[in-house]
Ligand binder design. Structure first.
Ligand code: ARG
Length: 596
């Protein structure tokens, strides 16, 4: 494994050195290098520097050019082919074809495509994919799972130590009611012998139980009272009660499993540490908050107040850590989880991939944890809020009957639509029925994930299957299709047609554009890992697929007019493109079928 310095990093270094040579006080100044369509790169840093040094920017730019390594043909393999001063003092920089080809070759020679590990890996806890026990998963759980999974994969690829936490909703007073109902109707969770879809069967049992017990709870005072006592038993750890509660958790996990299998997301049992996992810490968490004065009693409840958080009436809105009836809520659990994550897991970064509607909750929880000293200066805690999934009418996504959409139905429909698209093309290229089914699944699930990941996190987006499975436009199918093209080229290549670098060859514009974009993969991943914005990777991959499509249209690969050397050089570009698309999509949780 050898990481490859990106062309932009090499340029950055050379231009910085030239700046420092021209103006000694400019050591360490940023040349402000950007990709540009005038040349390959543009450096805008001379302007500011000239201003500070009170000199003419154009003259200074000329001096910087002078200080750069020799350019032009025969200039011994340097990265820079040409520099030009433009406008008031911009530098337009063209990279040499040889440098692009060498860079592509170096990346292709490495397992990691030349992508370096992060300088200072830390420990990050990612809280994502947190459905609720005994309840149907909804589209909000989809977003948390898809976005969280991509962030986990991207951070891990960069060498970060990631602890995954699925903070499932598995605790609360409703379990008193559910357990009590199960005691009185002991066969309600029994499995029947033939269950075609175990996950669906589990969910329908749970749903039936939830509804039936809820109805009884509302109508029957005596049952209500028995349920309340059951909550106390559960909280006290009464073995019989806990065992029944566990049955609900296990039953739900069968359902979660089936949804996650469909979603093609790996959820490991040891990473499921739900609300109940912090049960033993809740009393102590309250005690510590009370002793330190961070929380105070107000109307019988234990509360934390904030100067800047007030309701519409101007009254302060507190974070309630313990309710007046002595019960602990969501906040107590999250505060205890923070103590565990920093104190025991030694995390330095805590991420929460949760609906934007919980922003206030996390703001208050983080602030409380800071006051209590559980979040120190060395620890970053961030809520990564995501927006709402909308229907075509621009309102939160619902079924026609106005009910919330079942995640499984939505996935099934996406797969069905995608299969139709795959079938149309697939029949022409002779795919078998099994291949059509398999690819349809990968395309459909990919489409759902990509639509989610290509939107910037905080924004709402419209769930539009027609658009999502379209072969044109910013979709995963488009990218998967570009990948399949690369594979088709490899299948058609003759025995002696192999990928190999030929830096002596001049490159066509489409080849240069593709090569330069391939070079930016590592920088893109580093950026995504820093700002936690997977949509930047999605847009990088979409651009890569577009550039490859242009290359494919303009530059014949196996029949290149320049002869065998050019064939090899173009195959090398295809190979690195294929591996970059595959790696990139895989980090987003999206598969790449070989034939589409
Ligand atoms: N189970 C919650 C829900 O469905 C999300 C949990 C988010 N994570 C957390 N640590 N509070 O809304």
């Amino acid at each position: 494994m050898a990481s490859v310095a990106s062309l932009s990093a090499s340029l950055q270094q050379r231009v910085s050195a030239a700046l420092a040579a021209a103006v000694p006080s400019a050591v360490g100044a940023d040349p402000l290098l950007r990709r540009s369509d005038r040349a390959d790169f543009q450096a805008n840093g001379v302007l500011g520097l000239a201003k500070r040094a009170k000199t003419n920017p154009q003259a200074l730019a000329a001096q910087v050019v002078e200080a750069l390594p020799a350019q032009g043909p025969g200039a011994d393999g340097d990265v820079i082919a040409a520099v030009e001063v433009s406008g008031p003092g911009f530098l337009n920089i063209t990279v040499s074809d040889a440098a692009i080809t060498r860079n592509v070759a170096a990346r292709a020679a490495d397992d990691r495509l030349g992508v370096p590990f992060t300088d200072k890996p830390g420990i990050t806890v990612v809280d994502y994919a947190q459905p609720n026990v005994a309840k149907e998963m909804h589209v909000g759980h989809l977003r948390s799972s898809v976005i969280g999974d991509a962030i986990v994969q991207i951070l891990e690829f960069g060498g970060e130590q990631v602890v995954r936490r699925h903070h499932i909703g598995d605790w609360g007073t409703q379990f008193g009611m559910l357990v009590q109902y199960l005691i009185e109707h002991p066969h309600e969770l029994d499995h029947s012998e033939h269950e075609a879809n175990a996950g669906e069967a589990s969910m329908s049992r749970l749903d039936r139980l939830y509804k039936a017990s809820g109805a009884l709870f509302r109508s029957d005072e005596a049952f209500k009272e028995r349920s309340r006592r059951r909550v106390v038993d559960l909280q006290a750890g009464d073995p019989e009660t806990v065992a029944l509660w566990q049955r609900f958790v296990d039953e739900s996990k069968i359902y979660f499993d089936s949804v996650y299998r469909k979603l093609d997301i790996e959820i490991r049992d040891e990473d499921i540490v739900g609300e109940s996992g912090y049960n033993d810490m809740l009393a102590e968490t309250c005690e510590l908050l009370e002793k330190s004065g961070v929380a105070v009693e107000s109307h019988g409840a234990l509360c934390v107040f904030f100067d800047d958080i007030k309701g519409k009436d101007g009254e302060p809105v507190p974070l309630i850590v313990r309710k007046a009836d002595g019960g602990y809520g969501y906040a107590a659990t999250d505060l205890s989880a923070i103590r565990n994550r920093t104190g025991v897991l030694h995390a330095d970064t805590l991420l929460y991939v949760v609906d934007v509607r919980q922003s206030l909750h996390f703001k208050m929880v983080f602030e409380t944890a800071r006051r209590a000293g559980w979040l120190t200066d060395g620890v970053t805690a961030r809520h990564l809020p995501f927006g709402t999934l909308l229907g075509k009418d621009g309102k939160p996504f619902k079924t026609r009957a106005g009910e919330s959409v079942k995640l499984e139905d939505l996935l099934d429909e996406a797969v069905q639509r995608a299969t139709a698209v795959v079938r149309e093309k697939g029949e022409k290229i002779g795919l078998t029925e099994a291949e059509i089914t398999a690819n349809g699944t990968q395309v459909g699930i990919g489409a759902v994930k990509y639509a989610d990941l290509s939107t910037s996190l905080g924004r709402d987006y419209v769930f539009d299957l027609d658009r999502m499975v379209s072969l044109n436009g910013d979709t995963s199918v488009y990218i998967q299709y570009a990948y399949a093209r690369t594979q088709s080229i490899f299948r058609k290549a003759a025995q002696d047609q192999r990928a190999a670098a030929h830096p002596e060859l001049a490159l066509e514009p489409a080849e240069r554009a593709l090569g330069l974009h391939l070079d930016a993969f590592g920088d893109t991943l580093a950026e995504v890992a820093k700002v936690y914005e997977p949509h930047r990777l999605a847009s990088y991959l979409y651009q890569l697929a577009s550039l490859f499509t242009t290359f494919y249209e303009q530059c014949p690969v196996l029949t290149a007019e320049g002869g065998p050397a050019q064939v090899e050089n173009r195959l090398l570009l295809c190979e690195l493109t294929a591996r970059t698309l595959r790696q990139g999509l895989s980090l987003l949780g999206i598969r790449t079928p070989d034939r589409l």
